[in-house]
Design a protein around this ligand. Structure first.
Ligand SMILES: [Zn+2]
Length: 233
């Protein structure tokens, strides 16, 4: 009996530890093992995809991959300061931040599974992550066409599609996720309350994040993404 209880206790502690560890990885508070800022499995799939694209004259360059919670908070706080100094009310400043940037702890870049890419085969003057650069004759348009046809073969999918009914983050033709891994990260994230994730004294505008914000942010920004990222295998 004693041994059984001990075994049960050990099992429960390990379970609690696993959950805790998973959450830290999901929130960007702990980094997974990374190669070139991607999880090992993601990098291996990426490298195969990069080689295939190179044969077609497309030079995939990663401009952003893994990003920590602290880095995301810096981005959030910098934008919050800038927008409120421009005269925006706090709630409107937050609305503007979440056009493209996430609430720290909820970025898919925390997972080491998501990448922002451009085509480095063409000259890329100025800001490289602009939607128009991925369309018409833009420097990353051939990359977008190629990814549309081939990315899924390597496990990569666009997250913030140009579907006209999609809410949440603006269309990001540069942002791809490695679905075989990111699917479970999204599941863990959605089981945790955003109000708890946002309990951070150093997060600017924290006082203006209310339940209404958390609810719409969850349904639009976290969940209104490419539906294939939820689909059962
Ligand atoms: Zn991105």
């Amino acid at each position: 009996m004693k041994a059984m209880l001990k075994g049960l206790f050990l099992c429960l502690t390990m379970h609690a530890f696993a959950q805790h560890r998973d959450l830290d990885l999901v929130l960007g508070k702990k980094a997974p093992e990374l190669i070139n800022n991607m999880q090992v499995e993601v990098y291996e799939a990426f490298d195969r995809m990069r080689a295939a694209a190179a044969k077609k004259g497309i030079e995939i360059k990663v401009v952003s991959a893994y990003r920590s919670y602290n880095r995301q908070r810096e981005i959030w706080n910098t934008k919050y300061k800038a927008f409120t100094q421009e005269g925006l009310e706090p709630k409107n400043a937050i609305k503007k931040i979440i056009t493209y940037s996430t609430l720290p702890g909820t970025s898919r870049h925390h997972w080491g599974t998501d990448i922002d890419i451009i085509d480095n085969a063409n000259p890329q003057p100025g800001d490289v992550l602009l939607t128009e650069k991925f369309y018409d004759n833009g420097p990353s348009s051939a990359l977008r066409d190629w990814m549309n046809d081939n990315a899924a073969t390597f496990g990569f999918f666009e997250v913030y599609t140009n579907s006209p009914n999609r809410k949440g983050f603006a269309h990001e033709p540069w942002h791809y996720t490695y679905r075989p891994l990111s699917k479970s990260y999204l599941e863990v994230l959605t089981t945790h309350a955003l109000s708890e994730i946002a309990e951070d004294d150093q997060l600017l505008g924290r006082a203006f994040l209310d339940n209404e914000f958390f609810n719409t942010y969850t349904s639009a920004h976290i969940l209104d993404i490419n539906p294939i990222l939820f689909a059962q295998e």
